[in-house]
Design a protein around this ligand. Sequence first.
Ligand code: GAP
Length: 458
Amino acid sequence: MSGTTEDKVTLDEVVALCKRRGFIFQSSEIYGGLGSTYDYGHYGVLLKNNVKAEWWREVVQERDDMVALDAAILMHPRVWEASGHLEGFTDPLVQCLGKCKKRWREDHVREQQLGGEDAEGEIRCPECGGELSEPRQFNLMFETHMGPTKESGSEIYLRPETAQGIFVNFKNVLQFARKKPPFGIAQIGKAFRNEITPGNFIFRTREFEQMEIEFFVTPDDAPEWHKRWMDERMRWYTELGIREDHLRLREHGPDELSHYSSATSDIEYLFPMGFSELEGIANRGDFDLRQHAKFSGEKLEYVDSASGDRYVPHVIEPSAGADRAMLAFMVDAYDREEVEGRERVVLRLHPRLAPVKVAVLPLVNKDGQPEKAREIYEALRGRMPAEYDTGGSIGKRYRRQDEIGTPWGVTVDHQTMEDDTVTLRDRDSLEQTRIAVAELAGELERRLAEPWSSPKPR
Ligand code: GAP
């Protein structure tokens, strides 16, 4: 009766679903849109909140070696001198000298046309085939001014990563959190990059959210903790339903490493455009704390009160993008299948990620069924995100819920009015079971707490 079709999801299909169901809109759409910035609608907000909540639960709530932080986006400009961003946070920019005059990232064009970011050989404009200019280094930080005048010396930057807010608070946290290495600081927040070639929907945008951890360890333990964090972070994605063979860990080559890193591995997901970075896990050594100590004049080290030993901790940094993770979860969940001769599009999201957990639908709009359904919905919504829907045929209402990834549907029918039972429909198997209204909330909570894996083909 039903069966998943071949697993080839295009980005266009996911973009269309996001638009159709109000997950994501182009920013400032009525003015023609602003390049690569997006607004999140109702289901987009709920889904991204669930991604962030699952990260928070895993890395803060369920550990006792992590504390939370929410640092300001605007920081002292010296931070970016110390971190190396002012000098080194650049991409090589080339401009078309032919017809279209478009700007490109040289390394991306080399990769596309010659098979490697550093491959030697001639490259041409990907749009019009024109000649390209010599590359120049372009700084990705957005600059603005603090105060009422744009005078020299008032320049500040929108942070291009949340990480630096953590390093500059190392001393504060150490003082108040009563932690000693190994311990970490976790933060979720907006970051901004004036990307030369953003694209692939919310994969690379100019404004995005990061979920970052800086984990402070003794220098000797850094390699072991680096490995541990790679395993932990891979597990997080698979436990939330991403199919294992659509994920891989890729170690950076020496020429690819950032200025601060001695070793980095990326968790990559098989997006429709190929395996691409989802999260970076770097061993940053003591680079950041030493730099900030040098530029601020503060001592940024750990002193063991028992032994008197003092040292600058090394840092392991698992750094993920909330929007990029959301895109990966959506791509991995997107499915179409034929059910009784009709195509159904369904988001097979992990129930904990699903924006809405249960939809309560009266079969018909009469005979007391809408009132009964509303009563069940009102009892459920205090315990989990729920929806009540009376608009259109039951089939149409279920198609809508399938597309937003609602794992369970409750139908109120004529039998409900006689024996206080409802049918409970499972999004993935389409199985329908009869259950007493009194047992419904408990049964849904039991299902929500169960492990879940994707029914899509490996
Ligand atoms: N603090 C380290 C750091 O920022 P990064 O690899 O530049 O490292 C970490 O960024 C993560 O942030 C990436 O793996 C990606 O998920 C997300 N990210 C980076 N740039 C992004 C962009 N322009 N749009 C959306 N997400 C982005």
